[in-house]
Design a protein around this ligand. Structure first.
Ligand SMILES: *Cc1c(COP(=O)(O)O)cnc(C)c1O
Length: 451
């Protein structure tokens, strides 16, 4: 069974239960032309067949993880009300659920008090954190590593804040010497620390960066959009572990429940350690904040209308799978990490491949060996295609020469970067499937490399 359908039956039941809460309303019935709906829905299903099979364990490409059935069901159930978490008038119950779900995320990082909310994703969440950072440090620079998400530079462009990239070491982590050189200039207001880069899952050295705060005055924003949930796993490297142990000392954190939190897209989260930054959001809405003196989430969010359904889905998922170390949510995430470690070892021990970076999370990057960067890139693309033809779906990433400095391979650098293969092993099932995955990759590599 490729698509899980068993859980669908309970949706009908829950919708009837939901309706019981509105029993005193006068009868109002809907006219639905089910034949017309059914015809179009089949057309939609046909069109949706033109996708990679993201929920299947043989999809090990981009950051794609299926939402948990409870998230899908709760989201869909909420759509019959379609609450808007801008103001309590538009989404009373779902706003309470959002506050609880966000507090749960903050607690996971060790914050008992915080200010935060859900938003459309990591981009919007980082925009809000950078906007607040820029308001607190007007005119000062925002800096992030050269491997940070491209969004940081663009966000600074949008906000009119000066931005500079910090060079990385051969492990794709922010280089401390380069960081210090920038801090010495005295114009840095905010350092963005990436906790899990998008290309390779690399983690900037937060403990050392925190120590620099004693000497240089700056704010720290943690972009943990991808990596945040790994705070719960039990099989991190000592360096990664130490970064997560210190994460509560930063000023703001971004995490994407739609990446590793089992949520449908449209669920990012921004958290601030100091709740008083809410003052920057202060505005008067002439229409919406009348029904209650309690906090309306629109008062602390840049986006106005926001899907209450996203909050309902996240809340429901947290009830089923609480964020506790040793729990089911955490152990499933540890399995993803274990799958990545296993896959990395297999690649490392195979003389056809090179592995420039040991995985810090569950992302593995590797490339076929060849004499020059152009040929490596060509072979990576050929293996990508040969694997896809056998239903094993990988991704690719362009990595700079600097990540190969410590590699023992003699590579002629006829171009500055090289296309590598990349796999996000985000599903816990990947651990059981790694043998199967390896067989298919082995065959695909054989057809390409033995030509
Ligand atoms: C995915 C990601 C983003 C962007 O988040 P979206 O949800 O895609 O908007 C930002 N930073 C990092 C580190 C990411 O992995």
């Amino acid at each position: 069974m490729f698509i899980e359908k068993e859980s669908l039956g309970i949706l009908h039941e829950a919708i009837r239960y939901l309706e019981q809460g509105f029993q005193e309303l006068p009868e109002f019935s809907h006219v639905v032309d089910t034949d017309a709906l059914s015809k179009i829905l089949s057309e939609v299903a046909k069109k949706m067949q033109d996708n990679y099979p993201y929920p299947h364990p043989l999809y090990i490409g981009q950051m794609m993880k299926p939402p948990h059935p409870i998230a899908r069901l709760a989201y869909t159930l909420a759509l019959w009300i379609n609450p808007n978490n801008h103001a309590l008038d538009g989404g009373r119950a779902s706003s309470v659920m959002e506050k609880e779900a966000v507090a749960e995320l903050a607690r996971m990082f060790g914050w008992e008090t915080h200010l935060g909310h859900l938003c459309s994703g990591g981009t919007m969440a980082n925009l809000e954190a950078t906007w607040v950072a820029g308001s607190l440090r007007p005119g000062k620079k925002v800096i992030a590593s050269q491997h940070a998400h491209y969004t940081h530079e663009r966000i600074c462009g949008v906000l009119g804040l000066p931005f500079e990239a910090v060079s990385c070491d051969s492990k794709a982590c922010m280089d401390l010497t380069a960081l210090k050189a920038l801090l010495r200039k005295g114009d840095v207001g905010t350092v963005v620390v990436t906790i899990g880069t998008t290309a390779s899952g690399s983690i900037d050295p937060l403990p050392e960066i925190l120590k620099l705060q004693a000497q240089y005055e700056f704010r720290i924003h943690a972009d943990a959009a991808y990596g945040g949930y790994f705070i719960l796993v039990d099989n991190l490297s000592p360096e990664a572990l130490s970064t997560f142990q210190h994460i509560k000392e930063v000023d703001s954190i971004v995490i994407d429940p739609h990446k590793h939190g089992l949520q449908p897209y449209g669920c990012g989260c921004v958290l601030f350690k100091d709740p008083t930054v809410g003052r920057y959001y202060k505005h008067n809405s002439p229409y919406t904040y009348f029904s209650s003196d309690e906090l309306h989430l629109g008062e602390i969010s840049l986006e106005c209308s926001r899907p209450g359904a996203a909050a309902v889905a996240l809340w429901a998922t947290q009830q089923l799978l609480p964020y506790v170390s040793g729990g089911k949510f955490a152990s499933d995430l540890s399995k993803s990490r274990k799958a990545a470690i296993t896959f990395f070892e297999m690649l490392k021990n195979d003389s056809r491949f090179m592995t420039p970076l040991a995985p810090e999370l569950d992302i593995v990057v590797w490339a076929p060996k060849a004499k020059n960067a152009r040929e490596i890139s060509r072979l990576s693309k050929a293996i990508f295609e040969a694997a896809a033809a056998e239903n094993l779906h990988l991704a690719m990433a362009n990595l700079p020469r600097s990540l190969f400095i410590e590699s023992e391979e003699e590579i002629q650098w006829d171009q500055d970067d090289v296309t590598c293969l990349r796999s996000c092993l985000m599903k816990p099932e990947h651990l059981d499937w790694i043998g199967h995955i390896w067989q298919v990759l082995n065959r695909a590599a054989y057809t390409v490399l033995n030509k």
